[in-house]
Design a protein around this ligand. Structure first.
Ligand code: SF4
Ligand code: SF4
Length: 332
């Protein structure tokens, strides 16, 4: 039988040991149903998840709930919404209790005296024109001023088909703002004309993502294997979709056979009682899902399958390291 140590040289084995200790247990929390933007293609609003539950407003109930989540073994809280920064008291309740990642559109600056090292992922939906079209505003011009040079912030760049040939300019803008960038692909949940992916476009953007990583390794947090997985939807000959997705709320997981999955993962609505099906929307067609975190996690939970060759295991390590960097378990 192949073992990890027989597949890796000393350097890779050290890298493996560093991540194998982490034992990350994440869950996702809708911090609020409100947002100060309304982006076309936002899975939260387009699927009606903002109406699925009445928002809990009592901060003490949030605090008690988070304490129970830590008892449940969660060691990474991923705050989404809606826009979490509209309710900094809720964000603080998480931050004081467990490692916390806050997704944000960046229009409101999180005060660093209150949240000195909280990782913030700023959403970016393309260049100025795309952002104006899809989000009604050039959010980057505001968010980049708010977070310039911040060591605990990166841009989560959702690439659309319209971005082919333009990513270099975006990456340079982010590098010049002293920030990092991670890339994923738009799933186009609201069917905006011209924003759905064709196979040829997916192979073009894969090549471009690889080039960005090669050219800007200090700025781009990614791996070529991740680019391959997210653009092809395939891993080791298996196809991504409902029967493979790792990011399904445990209580909704009626799959048989049950695939490898995130342990005890739940996506909670803002009433702290309702659960959503998965890390994106209840209504998304899994066969079109391009969610970056779900694809990353898909690789991560399938370590054993990657132990068939040195190259496969190294690919697995790179994806795991990428995730660990993005959620601040290891340095950039
Ligand atoms: S900023 Fe985020 S939560 Fe708000 S509408 Fe846009 S995608 Fe949705
Ligand atoms: S929509 Fe995406 S994240 Fe949700 S269950 Fe389907 S494949 Fe998984």
């Amino acid at each position: 039988m192949k073992t990890v140590s027989s597949l890796l040289n000393d350097e890779w084995y050290e890298r493996y040991k560093r991540i194998s200790k982490l034992n990350i247990r994440s869950s996702i929390y809708d911090t609020t149903n409100r947002c100060n933007l309304r982006c076309k293609g936002c899975f939260f609003f387009s699927s009606g998840e903002d109406k699925a539950a009445r928002e809990e407003t009592d901060i003490h109930k949030w605090e008690r709930f988070i304490d129970k989540e830590t008892e449940r073994g969660v060691n990474l809280a991923i705050l989404i919404g809606g826009e979490p920064t509209l309710y900094l008291d809720r964000v603080e309740a998480f931050y004081q209790r467990l490692p916390t990642f806050c997704a944000s559109n960046g229009l409101i600056k999180v005060p660093r005296d209150r949240f000195p090292d909280m990782m913030i992922g700023l959403s970016l939906w393309g260049d100025e024109n795309d952002e104006k079209l899809l989000r009604g505003k050039d959010a980057f011009s505001i968010s980049s001023k708010n977070y310039e040079g911040d060591p605990h912030t990166y841009y989560l760049y959702t690439i659309t088909p319209k971005q082919i040939g333009k990513t270099d300019r975006i990456v340079r803008k982010i590098r010049d703002a002293g920030l990092k960038i991670h890339m994923q692909l738009l799933s186009n949940d609201e069917g905006v004309d011209g924003f759905s992916w064709e196979p040829k476009e997916l192979s073009e953007i894969r090549r471009e993502m690889d080039e960005m990583l090669e050219q800007y390794p200090e700025t781009v947090i990614s791996s070529k294997y991740y680019h391959k997985i997210i653009t092809t939807g395939e891993m080791l000959g298996r196809r991504f979709g409902w029967m493979e997705c790792p990011s399904v709320t445990e209580q909704f997981d009626n799959r048989n056979p049950r695939p490898k999955r995130l342990i005890h993962f739940i996506r909670w609505a803002s009433d702290l009682k309702t659960m959503h099906r998965c890390c994106t929307s209840n209504t998304r067609d899994c066969s079109t899902c391009k969610d970056g975190a779900a694809h990353m996690s898909w690789v991560m939970v399938n370590k054993r399958a990657h132990m068939r060759s040195t190259e496969d295991l190294q690919n697995w390590i790179e994806v795991y390291e990428m995730f660990a960097k993005l959620y601040q378990f290891i340095p950039w």
